[in-house]
Design a protein around this ligand. Structure first.
Ligand SMILES: Cc1cc2nc3c(=O)[nH]c(=O)nc-3n(C[C@H](O)[C@H](O)[C@H](O)COP(=O)(O)O)c2cc1C
Length: 199
């Protein structure tokens, strides 16, 4: 039995195209992996906040203290999971700020990574992640691809933590007028369903 952490980062909940795709991924995953536990973490519901000054010393807490701490409980929850499903739209070329704040919660030295004589080493190795994202324009290819810092950030920071098995499912052009948006979303749902079976 494994644990899947489903991390949702979007202020828009009911009409979210991102969540339409990611919820489908999770539904198909659960059907194909009935023994696994899926923990859904809606970052807005959790009220993830910016780190405060006192939060900069959290790495000094023992695991016993940390597991009940309002910030570190997320770090240990991340460490304990086997797989991650991220779902977020592209906002201003990056991830929604609440998702960055969540990464500030979970990137804690001594828990999810450590410093060594040869540099930092991720402590979340052997796990895998999928990032499901949507964008108003086209960022998977073409002139805007280099400006995309959302998916690229998640992939990079997860690699820092040791999670290198990483897949992206992206639906582009969802705000382009006149385009067949349903067709793009449906194609992303098809991709999500296919990956969910073998993830
Ligand atoms: C605050 C905000 C910032 C956005 N910034 C970008 C952007 O930089 N590039 C882009 O292509 N789309 C941008 N968009 C559009 C969203 O990425 C797009 O509409 C996405 O599909 C929304 O997903 P949702 O339906 O799940 O909310 C932005 C939307 C919002 C609300």
């Amino acid at each position: 039995m494994g644990t899947v952490l489903y991390i949702k980062a979007n202020a828009r909940r009911d009409a979210s195209r991102t969540f339409e795709i990611s919820d489908r991924f999770v539904t198909v995953y659960q059907k194909n992996h009935p023994q696994d536990e899926i923990i859904t973490l809606d970052l807005y519901q959790e009220r993830i906040d910016f780190l405060k000054e006192e939060d900069l010393y959290l790495h000094r807490l023992s695991p016993e203290e940390g597991r009940n701490h309002p910030v570190l409980k997320y770090t240990y929850q991340f460490l304990d999971a086997d797989k991650y499903v991220f779902a977020e739209p592209l906002w201003n070329l990056g991830v929604p700020a609440i998702l960055k704040a969540y990464f500030d919660y979970i990137c804690i030295s001594g828990i999810t990574f450590k410093y060594t004589e040869t540099g930092p080493v991720g402590l979340c190795q052997g796990k895998k992640a999928v990032n499901i994202t949507t964008r108003g324009g086209e960022y998977s290819e073409g002139s805007l691809a280099l400006l995309e810092m959302g998916d690229r950030y998640i992939k990079t920071i997860l690699g820092f933590l040791g999670v290198t098995d990483y897949t992206t499912i992206a639906a582009n052009n969802l705000d382009v007028i006149g385009i067949d948006i349903d067709a793009i979303v449906n194609e992303a749902i098809r991709e999500a369903e296919e990956l969910a079976r073998s993830f």
